[in-house]
Design a protein. Structure first.
Length: 499
């Protein structure tokens, strides 16, 4: 049941479709080995995973809440693949009720397949009783199921991947692990019956005698397919089978007995398509980085120094970090491309390809996709190298700004030292002048006292020194001044040594 309140004009229905989602995540041998150990793949264990973090590992209990997935390892080949079944119990919006079980295959080359079969879907507005479930699902409702699968599969992988892989995905697909920010994946819908406008699709094709008229004209069938699989790029009729190739996947109408044959060829061509899709997002992020560098350059031109320069250095380091991540991704992708190409060449080299295999190869054109990916890798590498050179230049420019600031700081410091030295010299001269004034004041005071004493002696006792009293006054004054200066020097020296 959907929480969206609307009335759909449902024209196209598919019966119990097989759903295959495919994406590329950079792995490599080391990351794949770590992943297999984390899942205990070699023991083929059953385990549960969750995005919750155990904040108290010493406790024997761990409360995980409702967001949990159970995993059962089905098959494992070291250095090649891990296959497991997962029962997803993630929380859904009310009143949605669903039982979601996926088959997941993780390959060392970075290709990841998610597969499921939609058995039944509840009729809108009915009570959840078996009689009111249907196996015929409209493409409008299937589009919502596909989006939910994309979100849940992204959340599932977010619980499994290492921190480094999450960092890569955060650069290529920002916020992809958050709700409503699903990571782009290829979608393949395989069904044994398609009903369009009340008739089976095979009958419609026979009536029009041309599949292209149905998929290229402005029809409800075309519009409903494109909301799930993107723009239609081609289609083929192979016997009783109908294959429609779209930008984001394929729609295959075939008998249930032929599903395995289709899966065999899809296993070889979908990795190339997924890698091409991944690189489209890498390229989009490269242009975002280009814009960030341009914004940084403009901000640097208006920088006023100090705190703004420090903020710009942090900004530039984040840009450089993203460039380094994408450069490492470039190396991993080259490794993955060699593995995928070798697997496809081995399959194609066996010969005796069936009509189904040839039809898929004609529609997808893996050799052309290989050439496109190689060109994207070369172009990406060239751009990343130019980014590094640009960032080096900006780093040097920031360095020159910092050197200029340091020169101005040193100049200001030297000027401050000169001013302080000059002030100290003035204070020292003023201090000496004050000392001299103190000495003279003290000497004058002594001279005045001696003059009064001599006058008193002369008036009382009639003593007269015949002018020698003036010489004695001068000598005593000088001796007093010398003693006073020595005492002041001794006191100053003792105060300095005490500190």
């Amino acid at each position: 049941m959907s929480t969206i309140e609307d009335r759909l004009e449902e024209l196209t229905f598919v019966r119990s479709p097989h759903m295959i989602l495919c994406e590329y995540i950079p792995l490599g041998p080391n990351q794949f080995d770590y992943l297999s150990r984390a899942l205990s793949a070699h023991r083929r264990d059953e385990l549960f995973i969750t995005s919750s973090v155990d904040l108290n590992p010493n406790s024997p209990c761990f409360e995980v809440g409702e967001d949990i997935a159970y995993i059962t390892i089905v098959d494992f080949r070291e250095g090649e693949y891990i296959r497991f079944l997962t029962d997803i119990r993630f929380r859904e919006e009310e009143p949605i009720r669903q039982e979601e079980k996926l088959g997941v295959s993780i390959y060392e080359n970075g290709t990841i397949f998610y597969s499921a079969k939609i058995e039944k879907c509840m009729v809108e507005g009915s009570n959840p009783i078996p009689e009111q479930f249907t196996e015929n699902i409209s493409l409008d409702r299937l589009a919502r199921i596909v989006v939910d699968l994309m979100e849940d599969s992204s959340s599932l992988m977010h619980c499994i991947l290492t921190a480094y892989q999450k960092r890569i995905l955060s650069v290529v697909y920002p916020k992809s692990h958050e709700k409503h920010y699903e990571r782009k994946k290829l979608v393949v819908i395989i069904t044994d019956k398609i009903i369009y406008e009340g008739k089976e699709l095979t009958e419609k094709v026979r009536e029009q005698e041309d599949l292209e008229l149905l998929i290229y004209q402005d029809s409800g069938f075309r519009r409903e397919i494109q909301q799930i699989l993107g723009d239609i790029e081609g289609g083929l009729v192979v016997g009783e089978d109908i294959i429609v190739k779209c930008r984001d996947g394929l729609l295959i109408l075939t008998k249930n007995e032929a599903v395995r044959e289709y899966k065999t060829i899809l296993k070889r061509v979908l990795p190339l398509m997924a890698l091409d899709e991944f690189y489209s997002h890498v390229f989009a992020r490269i242009w975002v980085i280009w814009d960030r560098i341009d914004e940084f350059r403009k901000a640097l031109e208006h920088a006023e120094g100090g705190e703004s320069i420090s903020e710009l250095r942090v900004w530039l380091s984040k840009i450089l970090s993203d460039v380094v991540i994408l450069t490492n991704v470039d190396y991993i992708v080259k490794y993955s491309l060699r593995k995928i190409k070798a697997d496809y060449a081995k399959f194609k080299g066996r010969g005796s390809l069936s009509s189904v295999h040839k039809a898929i190869i004609d529609l997808v054109d893996p050799d052309y996709v290989l050439d496109i990916i190689r060109e994207k890798i070369m172009a990406t590498r060239s751009l990343l190298d130019s980014f590094k050179m640009d960032i080096d230049g900006l780093t040097d420019l920031i360095g020159s700004f910092l050197e200029k600031e340091m020169r101005e700081l040193r100049k200001a410091m030297y000027e401050s030292i000169d001013k302080q030295t000059h002030i100290a010299e003035l204070e020292h001269a003023a201090g000496e002048s004050l000392e001299m004034i103190e000495f003279l004041s003290g000497g004058l005071l002594i001279a005045e006292i001696l003059s009064l004493i001599f006058m008193w002696l002369s008036s009382v006792y009639g003593w007269s020194l015949g002018g020698w009293e003036y010489l004695m006054t001068a000598i005593i004054t000088i001796v007093f001044a010398i003693l006073l200066k020595r005492i002041v020097s001794m006191v100053t020296a003792e105060g300095g040594s005490g500190k």
